[in-house]
Ligand binder design. Structure first.
Ligand code: CAA
Length: 297
């Protein structure tokens, strides 16, 4: 019976994942090496719960209950000691994830399921850092986690069918829609999303159209909630670049090669909403954005 959840990494994905598990009654321990990140995560969860109260999806009493189920710690060893399920949501770095999974293997109860929220790194490779590859799985949430319905469930080479069933069951309990996929670079979500974003960046680089035209075409022509360039800023241009590199390397196919403009922007520190500038400049968060100076047409 899965009751105690440990979430590793309290960034945008980690705090969203902690939020939904607490909302559906699980005990959640959120772990991060930075105390300030943990503090900010709890503030964000509280603000996002207020949005849900305003919308009428939860009551103020539910918010209090959610917050009472959430604990934070800077010690991963303590944070995972009683976990039934761990969800790792640290930065997309294979070596870091392997190190964390090797520690999780030592510090969690032997029955615990170890899941990664990775957006593209091989679950099979991550599992090889443990002695329980059959209990390692991908549980890929989408941002913003409290809003987006999808959970991409990724079977590693050795993931046991009962572990997949349990993750599907839990995802449904969180009122999400789980989709099971196999472990190939980018899985499905990013294998299809990232080439679209990359193509939008190539179109901009070649001067086919400006930032706003490209985004407006995809928003109004294809009913996407955000255009591909705004979405890239929202995801983080560094994250987009790293996913494209994983797919390019993993398939050895030039169609996944990251656009040079994306590479340059990341090198210049223009990583999107989180840095204040990407294809747009963000003066008041995600809501107030204008095309970055160099992309005005
Ligand atoms: N927590 C709780 N509620 C939230 C929220 C959050 N973090 N963010 C937004 N909401 C709610 C708002 O309260 C609002 O509710 P109502 O409509 O009922 O009032 C609703 O969501 C819409 O929010 P906003 O009005 O603030 O803004 P919006 O209408 O522009 O929608 C959005 C924002 C939901 C982010 C929408 O623009 C959208 O769906 N964008 C695309 C997101 C997307 O594609 N995500 C996947 C990215 S890829 C990924 O995550 C994986 C990867 O591996 C890269």
């Amino acid at each position: 019976m899965v009751k105690n959840i440990a979430v590793i990494g309290a960034g945008a994905m980690g705090n969203g994942i902690a939020h939904v598990f607490a909302q559906f009654g699980y005990n959640v321990t959120l772990t991060d090496i930075h105390p300030a990140t943990l503090e900010k995560a709890i503030q964000t969860i509280s603000q996002n719960a207020d949005r849900q109260i305003n919308k009428g999806t939860i009551t103020p009493a539910k918010k209090d209950e959610m917050l009472s189920l959430l604990q934070t710690t800077t010690s991963m060893e303590k944070g995972v000691a009683h976990a039934d399920l761990v969800i790792e949501a640290v930065t997309e770095n294979k070596e870091l994830k392997s190190k964390i999974f090797s520690q999780l293997d030592q510090w969690t109860p032997p029955s615990a399921i170890l899941a990664s929220n990775t957006s593209s790194i091989s679950i099979t490779a991550i599992a090889s850092a443990t002695r329980r590859a059959e209990k390692v799985i991908g549980m890929h949430f989408m941002n913003p986690v409290p809003v987006m319905k999808l959970v991409e469930v990724i079977n590693g080479y050795d993931t046991a069918p009962e572990v997949t069933h349990e993750i599907v069951r839990i995802s449904k309990e969180l009122q999400k829609i789980p989709c099971i996929v196999n472990d190939y670079p980018g899985f499905i979500a990013n294998r299809i999303l990232m080439p679209m974003i990359n193509e939008a960046i190539y179109s901009l680089q070649e001067g086919v159209a400006g930032v706003e035209a490209i985004d407006t075409i995809m928003k109004t022509g294809m009913a996407h909630p955000m255009g591909p360039l705004q979405l890239a800023d929202f995801i983080g241009l560094d994250v987009c670049l790293s996913i494209l590199k994983v797919m390019h390397e993993g398939f050895g196919n030039p169609k996944y090669a990251p656009c040079p403009l994306l590479v340059n922007m990341v090198a210049a520190g223009k990583t999107g909403v989180k840095s204040g500038e990407g294809f747009y400049r963000y003066t008041g968060g995600n809501k107030q954005m204008i095309p970055a100076e160099r992309f005005k047409m």
